[in-house]
Design a protein around this ligand. Structure first.
Ligand code: DX5
Ligand code: ZN
Length: 218
């Protein structure tokens, strides 16, 4: 099995000192930086866009894992690539041209991800599997941090791992992830874990490290 990846969501960081938060959570053991982009249209909240991501880029060498909760998404893909995102994940529900969006991300030289809301079946991605480097399984309805984990995500991960039929695709889970849920998700076949509130509680480097180690099961 692949090593577990912990991807703190800076949605839960202190926005007044985001650069410092990114450096601190990097040192605390984050593997990827999960960047939640929300447009107030696809999801009922607004966060930040490519200019903020670009400003954060010099603060860490870790992978920038962008989760775009925006519609339309195609007009903005190049801006996120230029801002320094390494993974660009779009929602299967965000528009009628998922296949085109994934092709566009690969054409920009970035890893292509697709995310599924809790109510969306796996069949939505059946015909794009060869265009995908990562599947982001939502275990909350996207829009806000700090929500309760939806347990049906565990079955979805297991069915997705089977559906991938050995393809080297990351399965990342996002929403309400904590030390209590990682074991079952990893056993089902997930290898990457987004955590916002569970990482950033405590507000210090020592607490972030303890939180990340706990989620990793160490
Ligand atoms: C939800 C976002 C998540 C969120 C996770 O719309 O996609 O990445 O920040 O936060 P927690 O871990 O607090 O549920
Ligand atoms: Zn996210």
């Amino acid at each position: 099995p692949r090593p577990l990846v912990i991807a703190p969501s800076i949605l839960a960081a202190d926005y007044a000192k985001l650069g410092e938060e990114v450096r601190t959570v990097d040192q605390a053991g984050a593997d990827w930086m999960h960047l939640d982009v929300m447009d107030g249209h696809f999801v009922p909240n607004i966060s930040y866009g490519p200019d903020v991501i670009k400003a954060l880029r010099p603060h860490t060498k870790k992978i920038f894992d962008a989760h775009l909760m925006i519609a339309p998404v195609d007009p903005y893909l190049e801006a996120f690539a230029k801002a320094g995102c390494d993974h660009i994940t779009v929602h299967a529900e965000a528009g009628p041209h998922l296949h085109r969006s994934l092709q566009a991300i690969r054409a920009l030289g970035k890893k292509a991800g697709v995310s599924l809301n809790p109510g969306t079946p796996l069949s939505a991605i059946e015909y794009v599997l060869d265009l995908v480097d990562l599947v982001l399984v939502m275990s909350v309805n996207p829009g806000f941090g700090g929500q309760a984990f939806i347990p049906s995500a565990i079955d979805k991960v297991a069915n997705l791992r089977a559906m991938l039929a050995g393809r080297p695709v990351d399965i990342e889970v996002d929403g309400g992830v904590s030390a209590a849920t990682v074991g079952a998700l990893a056993a089902a076949g997930a290898n990457a874990f987004v955590a916002g509130s569970a990482v950033f509680k405590g507000g210090t480097m020592e607490s972030y490290k303890a939180n990340i180690d706990g989620i990793r099961g160490e």
